[in-house]
Design a protein around this ligand. Structure first.
Ligand code: PEP
Ligand code: MN
Length: 358
């Protein structure tokens, strides 16, 4: 389970430039999920509540939408700003939104906690500069045909305004492949670890273009070391006014958040030093342990069912000693005595509940 030694380039330890959106740290020990509908719609507050209940840490709140076709819904514009205020108030979560031009930067600032520069705007240098001057965190999405060097150059336009709160967001690039909307370039994460200290997040939604593909890409991004995720979600995805095909439901979002926490706990070293930080990290480990214990109990129930059906004795002390021995080897801090205490309790509990349910 603990695979951090395999991931030197895919962990937060390689870089040291956390960015805070409201109170949410990107590039720290946790991997926050930014989520909400593609565009702010009249029911946005309900959508924001659903994203918050599913475990999102930051809300997408795009009132202006860059759309390929001028006939498509362009977002609610200034009419959506009050909804951002209300969503922030009821969920307590920070909000990120995308300005499409320099004038929209000043309009958004009182209503948001961070700005997002969209893929189509990555080359818009006046916009990058204006976003940088606000001092708010700026998420710079990769242009759909931008190289990593061009993307980093875009980020420098923000940095050069004296704003070091910059996050890079991989969202898929244009390739010959048409099965997905874009091709998610996960190699960008370890490549960037060597070139920048800026946190890197991943948007699997615009890469996939299809909701069913989003969880796999999200989890792959976390495994590759992403510092955060930007995911489009909608409680009634079918009727979303923008990008409905790629919006995941609130239930799927909750699963992605849980899987992300599990993966981060299992695969990344914890930098915790204070009592509070250690307790947070321990809570994460306990959640991971609980899920694994649940899986173990289910497997034991299956084994006991077969044993009962075939007349094999329930207890196998040789096998139990082997299990304990392996745990003692894998958990040297627990030691032989600790491993014996823990595993005999686990084995007894799993067998007892299996027999009770048999
Ligand atoms: C978005 O995130 O709202 C968006 C339009 O994505 P991109 O700029 O990556 O296409
Ligand atoms: Mn979208």
């Amino acid at each position: 389970m603990v695979i951090d030694s395999l991931l030197p380039s895919a962990t937060a330890s390689a870089h040291a430039h956390p960015v805070a959106i409201g109170g949410v740290v990107i590039g720290g020990p946790t991997v926050p999920v930014i989520s909400g509908p593609c565009a702010v719609e009249p029911d946005y507050v309900a959508h924001a509540r659903a994203a918050a209940s599913a475990g999102a840490s930051v809300l997408r709140g795009c009132v202006h939408k860059p759309r390929t076709a001028p006939e498509a819904f362009q977002g609610m514009g200034s009419a959506g700003l009050a909804l951002l205020d209300e969503a922030r108030r009821v969920t307590g979560l920070p909000v990120i939104a995308e300005p499409l031009d320099v004038d929209q930067v000043a309009q958004l600032v009182p209503h948001v906690d961070a700005l997002m520069i969209g893929a189509r705007s990555m080359h818009n240098t006046p916009l990058l500069r204006a976003a940088g001057r606000t001092g708010l965190p700026v998420v710079v999405k990769r242009g759909m045909s931008a190289t990593i060097e061009e993307w980093l150059a875009a980020a420098r336009y923000v940095l050069l305004e004296g704003n070091d709160q910059v996050v890079l967001c991989e969202r898929g690039i244009r390739t010959f492949e048409t099965a997905t909307r874009n091709t998610l370039d996960l190699s960008a994460i370890p490549v960037l670890r060597d070139r920048t200290e800026l946190p890197v997040i991943v948007d699997p939604s615009h890469a996939a273009g299809k909701a069913s593909l989003v969880p796999a890409l999200a989890i792959a991004a976390v495994a590759a070391g992403a510092d955060g995720l930007l995911i489009e979600s909608h409680p009634d995805a079918e009727h979303a006014l923008c990008d409905s095909a790629q919006a995941i439901s609130s239930e799927v979002l909750a699963e992605v958040v849980r899987a992300t926490e599990l993966l981060v706990t299992s695969a990344r070293p914890s930098p915790a030093t204070t009592i509070g930080q250690c307790r947070d990290a321990i809570d994460g480990v306990d959640s991971a342990l609980a899920r694994l214990l649940e899986r173990r109990a289910t497997l034991v129930a299956r084994v006991e069912r077969i044993k009962l059906d075939t007349g094999v004795p329930i207890r196998d002390h040789g096998r139990e000693a082997e299990v304990t021995e392996r745990v003692a080897l894998l958990a040297p801090h627990l030691g032989q005595a600790g491993a014996t205490a823990v595993m005999s309790a686990v084995i007894d509990a799993c067998i007892a509940t299996a027999l009770a349910g048999a």
